[in-house]
Design a protein around this ligand. Structure first.
Ligand SMILES: Nc1ncnc2c1ncn2[C@@H]1O[C@H](COP(=O)(O)OP(=O)(O)OP(=O)(O)O)[C@@H](O)[C@H]1O
Ligand SMILES: [Mg+2]
Length: 374
C-alpha cells in the first residue's frame, strides 16, 4: 500500500504548531520552597490544576490571573529569582509525542494493515464496502436510524452518520454500541469533550458496570459515570485487600515517623512511639531482628515505604492490564485515548460521537487503534 503522504504532511504541520503553542515563556518573580510565581511574556488561559513540566520538573498550576501564574512544583528545584523559564502543558506534550510516534511509524512502514487502510481512506475518501448479508431492525429506532445502525454493522471499514442537531445521532450510536456489545466486540467510545463522552456512557444503562471502563480525570467525569473509573474497578478486584494492607502499613510508618519527629532530639523516642515501633517492626521484620537505634529505624522506614509503594504499584499495574483486557467498552476523550492504559490495546470498533468537532490529527490517536470506525 502507498504511504499516506497527505496525512503525513498534515501531521508534521500539526506537530510543529503544537510544539510552538505549547511553550509558555515566563520569568520567576517569587520562590518559596516548591511554590513559584512567574510573570508571563504573553498572557495565557492555561487553567488551574493543569499539570505542567518546566525544565524537567513537573508541577501543577495553582493560580492563573492571566499575566501571572502560581505553580506548585512536585520536587525540589534549583530555580532562582528572575530566572527565565519555559512551561509546557504535559497533556499537550503527550499528544505531540503520540503524533510523533505515528509519524515515525508511517515513515518506517511500521503501521499494521488496518491502520494503513484507515489513513488511505481518510486521505482519499474512498467509500468502504458493505456486507449486505448483515441485517438489522430495532422497533425503537426510526427508519433512518435503523439504516444507520445496519450500515455501521455492515461496513468493512467505516461509516459516517450525519444529521441535523437533535435528530437522534447519539441515540442511534448508543443503540449501535449495545448491538456491538451483544456481538462481543471490543469498543472504544470517544469524543472531543468529557461531557460528550459521558452523555453516551450514561445511556448504556443495561450493560454491566464491570464491562465499561471510563478513562479520564475524575474531576471531569460525570458523577453517574465515576463507577466506571479504573480506581473503582480496582476496588472490586480480589487483590484490592492486599493493596489496602500495604497502604495501611505505609500510613502506620508515616504516622510513627511524624510522632517521633515531634521530639527535638531524634534519639529520644517516647513510650507511645516505641510501642508503635515495636508493633510495626514485629509486622515487618523477621522475629530475630532487633531494633538498634532511631537513625537506622528512620532510614528503614523510608526504604520500607518505598518497597511497599513498589508492591502496590506492581499489583495496580497488573490489575490495570487485566481490567483493560477484560472490559468490552472503554470510553474516553480523544486526547485521553493517548493514555498509557490503552497504549497497546486494539479495538474492533471506535465510535466517535460529535466527530465533526474533533480535528483530524487528534482523531488519529483513537482511529489508529481499531479495525473499524463509526
Ligand atoms: N428513535 C427515538 N425514539 C425515542 N427518542 C428518540 C429517538 N431518537 C432520538 N430520540 C430522543 O431525541 C433527543 C435528541 O436525540 P439525540 O441527542 O440522540 O440527537 P443528536 O442528533 O445526537 O443531537 P445533537 O446533534 O445535539 O448531538 C433525545 O432526547 C433522544 O432520546
Ligand atoms: Mg448527539
Amino acid at each position: 500500500m502507498k504511504k499516506p503522504n497527505k496525512i503525513l504532511n498534515h501531521l508534521k504541520k500539526q506537530i510543529q504548531n503544537e510544539k510552538k503553542n505549547n511553550q509558555i515563556h515566563a520569568k520567576i518573580t517569587y520562590i518559596h520552597e516548591n511554590k513559584i510565581h512567574v510573570s508571563l511574556k504573553n498572557p495565557t488561559k492555561i487553567p488551574k490544576n493543569t499539570q505542567i513540566i518546566t525544565h524537567h520538573i513537573k508541577g501543577i498550576i495553582t493560580k492563573n490571573n492571566h499575566k501571572n501564574l502560581e505553580i506548585k512544583l512536585t520536587k525540589p528545584h534549583k530555580f532562582r529569582l528572575h530566572d527565565k523559564i519555559i512551561i509546557k502543558n504535559i497533556q499537550n506534550e503527550t499528544i505531540t509525542h503520540k503524533l510523533e510516534k505515528i509519524v515515525s511509524q508511517i515513515e518506517n512502514n511500521q503501521l499494521n494493515e488496518d491502520n494503513l487502510e484507515t489513513l488511505q481512506l481518510l486521505q482519499t475518501q474512498i467509500n468502504p464496502e458493505y456486507d449486505t448479508n448483515i441485517t438489522y431492525y430495532n422497533h425503537k429506532l426510526n427508519k433512518n436510524q435503523n439504516k444507520a445502525v445496519k450500515k455501521a454493522l455492515q461496513t468493512s471499514k467505516f461509516h459516517l452518520i450525519q444529521g441535523p442537531p437533535g435528530c437522534g445521532k447519539t441515540y442511534t450510536i448508543v443503540n449501535l454500541i449495545k448491538q456491538l456489545h451483544k456481538n462481543k466486540k471490543k469498543i472504544l467510545i470517544c469524543s472531543h469533550t468529557h461531557i460528550a463522552v459521558d452523555n453516551v456512557v450514561e445511556k448504556l444503562e443495561n450493560i454491566a458496570d464491570d464491562d465499561i471502563l471510563r478513562i479520564g480525570n475524575k474531576n471531569k467525569i460525570s458523577q453517574n459515570n465515576l463507577k466506571y473509573t479504573i480506581d473503582e474497578h480496582i476496588k472490586k478486584a480480589p487483590e484490592y485487600s492486599e493493596i489496602q494492607k500495604y497502604k495501611d502499613k505505609i500510613e502506620d510508618i508515616k504516622s510513627l515517623t511524624n510522632k517521633s519527629s515531634i521530639n527535638n532530639d531524634p534519639l529520644i523516642i517516647d513510650n507511645n512511639c516505641e510501642s508503635i515501633f515495636s508493633r510495626l517492626f514485629r509486622k515487618l521484620l523477621p522475629t530475630n531482628n532487633k531494633t538498634t537505634n532511631y537513625i537506622n529505624e528512620v532510614s528503614y522506614d523510608e526504604n520500607s515505604i518505598y518497597e511497599l509503594e513498589c508492591k502496590i504499584s506492581n499489583i495496580e499495574n497488573s490489575l490495570n492490564d487485566t481490567i483493560v483486557r477484560n472490559v468490552s467498552i472503554i470510553a474516553t476523550t480523544v486526547i485521553s485515548a493517548s493514555s498509557f492504559l490503552i497504549e497497546n490495546v486494539e479495538f474492533d470498533y471506535v465510535i466517535m460521537d460529535e466527530a465533526s468537532q474533533v480535528p483530524l490529527y487528534l482523531s488519529l490517536i483513537a482511529l489508529l487503534k481499531c479495525e473499524k470506525f463509526i
